[in-house]
Design a protein around this ligand. Sequence first.
Ligand SMILES: *Cc1c(COP(=O)(O)O)cnc(C)c1O
Length: 431
Amino acid sequence: MLTPNLTVSSEGHLCIGGADTVSLARTYGTPLYVMDENMIRENCRGYARVIAEEYGGRGLICYASKALSCKELYRIVDSEGLGADVISGGEIYTALQAGMPAEKLVMHGNSKSNAELQMAVSNDIGRIVCDNLPELRRLDQIAGEAGKIVNIMLRIKPGIDAHTHDFVKTGQIDSKFGFAIETGEAMQAVQAVGLCKNLRLVGLHCHIGSQILDTEPFAEAARVMIGFMNQIRDALLITLPELNLGGGPGIRYTEEDDPKPFGEIVRAILSALKNVCAELDYPEPFVLFEPGRSIVGGAGLTLYTVMAKKVIPAVRTYVLTDGGMCDNPRYALYRSRYEALIANKADQPRSENVTIGGKCCESGDLIGEDMPLQAAEEDDILAVLATGAYNYSMASNYNRNPRAEIVMVKDGVARTVVKRETYADIIRNDI
Ligand SMILES: *Cc1c(COP(=O)(O)O)cnc(C)c1O
């Protein structure tokens, strides 16, 4: 099995976190997202443990909400002592409504609106990561009008190739995010903050990309960032106390994937960071990490009902479900690979090779191609694994499909944490 929380019952049913997925599909309907709370909590603790063991606890893990944002998830990560990375007014609103402390929120975005900046300032969000000079000027003015001094970080492009999909690479010079070191604009931005009376620069941020499988790009980013902080100290006599190294550790989507466990990645980063600080005689900064996918991705799966199977001789076999790109657009966006199995035949071999199609009016509405699967029949329950990250959060109402429900399983017991949308929800804003 892909993750240790998946088991097969004596009836041959797939179970997650001790709950039978076939009965979950019957009780809650499909499509259905199922999340395993214990695994989410273990992942939160795993991150915190490495910071405690390797770095004396001088850091904060901020869960990257964009992977999956809903009130219950904020409550869970908050109860584990994590902060959160928020990227929009909607994520700030959800986090605050769930009771997350504002000082543990880090706000991102490369095109924040004035309304979003005002919302962040008036709610005293702990750190705002500034992306560009116009934003710095607008934020300085908004902070001044509110009579506040706002803690900011600068988003830096360290110039690292993260060896991942082009759409999720963010650390290289050709990226819409942040200030590049190599062109001098990052140093100019640090100087520009010095002229902003209402902003306090507490540190730097970088995020080199997502679904990164190896330690080296992260360790290299840490070395580059400390090197740049050292240049700032030399040039401007400023020693920045914080470094935020973003998210990005990859997860296992298929049986062939072999990502380095996030614990090993964080260990390697902290070790590189301590070494370069010692070399440069730079004080070790307070660190922030922003993992999203590696906290929730492997903790979730999606259940569908098989509506039909279409065998096109000598071409391919389609297994058609009651969901698709409206609940999981990742294959359409990035050709992302997943493992799937028939939840009510989980003890049988995956003897067929199929294309899983959705219900949307698009030929590109696929969950995957060339996927091994048990012989599927109408009314079977199909499980697509490792869908906890970037599925619900990227879901849409395309074709006016209501967004699916999320249930959280804990020790075999399920509860709804996001209700299924209704048709009334679909027309709520229509005039
Ligand atoms: C997307 C993102 C993250 C989370 O990335 P994961 O790969 O899900 O860990 C963290 N920080 C920033 C700024 C991001 O944009």
